[in-house]
Design a protein around this ligand. Structure first.
Ligand code: PMV
Length: 327
């Protein structure tokens, strides 16, 4: 018997970086999903294979053996998966060996939450296979703990959106709140292909904030107002306002020093081709940008982003969080 579960990737629509300082951010689940297929083994190994990353290996008695790819990279990717599987196994008496096969359509390391989607899908599939009942809240908790292994002190935004789906307002002190977003929010995502580290970008912002506290404070206030206004725009299905707010948010992120050349090229290409607004998404310094685009302009905007050197794809918001695909 085998079980397949999936969970969505995400984009931060507004508020990244400022969220680290307590301001609100808006995050959407998108229709790119990570899939985890789990089956039992005869032995006690935990075997993990990622088809997209060409990595495979297994954990046995506390040690890891690589089969395909580079061991260090495999550990980085597989440790959270192992941790999540073990959290589910702990809820059962017997120890069982498992095969975990990961398939994902989400670009990795680009700020789209691929690792959280993989971990949430693995948690749900393992629980289903082993007949362990887990609420969504419990899946979120397990995925969040597993994510902490590689990310240090993440805000929890990625495992939350991968588990619950939809559109969430997130703020450090109050947590998550589902947002009422009637509108479709069609987004063209442009991947710069430039690798970056969230940690480095967050540190860069920290030193700027420390050096110019009063200016930073004013920028924080602006970021907050942008998000608050966007909540209204989402309710009213007002995409034009949302686009303008995204452009304003991009200007602030640029001021923080986290936009970079390739992101600038792609955002301006998207706007010139008729997007209502465009900005980087996630940590910046590379990774992805998003362009809010009316249906009739989608093709044009995608082509413009490709011409400017990005890999473009269309992302639509999805209300579906983690789910069992087949059992
Ligand atoms: O890791 P990313 O690219 O999804 O970006 C995280 C968003 C930040 O606000 C930059 C950091 C955070 O912990 O919220």
């Amino acid at each position: 018997m085998e079980v397949v579960a999936s969970a969505p990737a995400k984009v931060i629509l507004l508020g990244e970086h400022f969220v680290v300082y307590g301001e609100p951010a808006i995050v959407l689940a998108i229709d790119k999903r990570a899939y985890a297929k789990i089956s039992k083994r005869e032995d006690k190994k935990l075997h993990i294979r990622s088809a997209n990353l060409n990595l495979s290996g297994y954990f046995e008695d506390g040690s890891f053996k690589i089969e395909q790819g580079e061991a260090k990279e495999a550990r980085m990717k597989f440790d959270p998966v192992k941790n999540a599987v073990e959290s589910v196994l702990q809820k059962r008496e017997e120890k069982v060996g498992l095969n975990v096969e990961i398939n994902s359509t989400v670009p990795v390391g680009a700020g789209l939450g691929s690792s959280a989607a993989v971990v949430a899908a693995t948690t749900a599939a393992t629980a289903e296979l082993l007949e362990v009942k887990l609420s969504k809240e419990e899946i979120f908790r397990i995925a969040f703990e597993a994510e902490k292994i590689v990310h240090g002190t993440p805000s929890g935004i990625d495992p939350a959106i991968s588990t619950f789906g939809g559109t969430l307002l997130f703020q450090m002190d109050t947590g998550f709140k589902a947002l009422d977003a009637k509108t479709q929010i069609p987004l063209v995502v442009g991947d710069t292909g430039v690798q970056r580290s969230t940690r480095v970008q967050v540190e860069k912002v920290r030193s700027l904030v420390d050096k110019y506290p009063r200016i930073a404070e004013a920028m924080m206030k602006m970021a907050r107002e942008i998000v608050l206004r966007a909540i209204e725009a989402l309710k009213e299905d007002d995409l034009e306002t949302l686009g303008t707010l995204m452009n304003m948010n991009q200007a602030l992120l640029c001021g923080l020093g986290v936009s970079e050349e390739s992101l600038e090229w792609l955002t301006s290409a998207g706007r010139k081709a008729g997007a209502l607004g465009a900005k980087l998404t996630g940590a910046g310094g590379g990774g992805c940008m998003i362009a809010l685009t009316q249906e009739e302009r989608i093709q044009q905007v995608m082509e413009a982003i490709q011409r400017a050197g990005g890999r473009a794809f269309l992302a639509r918001k999805t209300d579906e969080g983690v789910r069992i695909e087949s059992a």
